[in-house]
Design a protein. Structure first.
Length: 255
């Protein structure tokens, strides 16, 4: 079990947002925190603590007027902590090399692999060929469907449901295709309301590769729940609750 830090970038600024509120239209989101410091500042803090394996996420679509500013900030963070952080958000087989050259230790992919409601195996193989499985992280971020309570992968900045149901068997299958799995529990992401234990429990069954959970961590008690429910196998991210992003949870206490 490891602490994997994060840097989320939206409209060219480091932010913490409510994940389910993100909309491409108008580049809008409900914001918990907007930084007045660059992304590189946070990357340097993580580097000083040798906190490797965290992620830098670009939250704007490629069509957004803010995309280039967001990408510039992301690259500054990757450069500040070379080979220390993963990059995600709009990654595909064509721009993968650009982010690796910028210093990413690995590349996080969702929408390029899960398209039109299902898994695109051709694109998965293309990403594996472009970056190697050892640098490919699959983000299986999911939301719960109210009608049946099951979790399904969501794409396009968590806005579109796929027909890919998240189960322990599915997670294990996907773990065999990459170096690591990352799952944002989108229903609780950014709400500072506690973690989604069902997702952590499913992640604990994965043996094939490391797994990292993100979403809803409020305090050290939540982290302890992840340790217990996750059987010590599930890494975790802290966003809005972290003191660096206006929260009350001290990074030193987490470490």
């Amino acid at each position: 079990m490891e602490f994997r830090p994060c840097i989320d970038i939206h409209n060219g600024k480091v932010k913490q947002i409510v994940g389910s509120s993100l909309k491409d239209k108008g580049d809008s989101a409900s914001e918990n925190f907007v930084a007045d410091r660059p992304a590189s500042y946070y990357a340097e803090i993580y580097k000083s603590h040798n906190l490797k394996g965290g992620h830098v996420i670009l939250l704007n679509s490629k069509e957004s007027e803010y995309y280039e500013a967001t990408k510039k900030e992301a690259k500054s963070a990757l450069s500040a902590f070379r080979n220390g952080m993963q990059a995600g958000g709009g990654i595909d087989d064509q721009n993968a090399g650009e982010f690796l050259d910028a210093g990413a230790s690995g590349l996080i992919v969702t929408s390029f692999v899960f398209r039109d409601g299902k898994m695109d195996e051709k694109n998965l193989r293309s990403m594996q060929k472009a970056v190697g499985r050892e640098k490919l992280i699959l983000d299986l971020s999911c939301r719960r469907k109210e009608e049946n309570g099951d979790y399904f992968i969501v794409t396009d900045r968590w806005q579109k449901f796929t027909n890919m149901k998240v189960t322990p068997a599915f997670l294990e299958e996907m773990a065999g295709e990459c170096a690591e799995l990352l799952i944002h529990a989108v229903d609780v992401e950014g709400k500072n309301s506690g973690i989604d234990e069902r997702i952590v429990e499913m992640m604990s069954e994965v043996r094939e590769s490391p797994v990292t959970y993100a979403g809803g961590v409020r305090n050290l008690e939540d982290i302890e729940i992840i340790r217990k429910v996750g059987k010590g196998r599930v890494n975790f991210t802290v966003g809005s609750a972290l003191n660096l992003f206006g929260g009350k949870l001290d990074i030193e206490d987490i470490i």
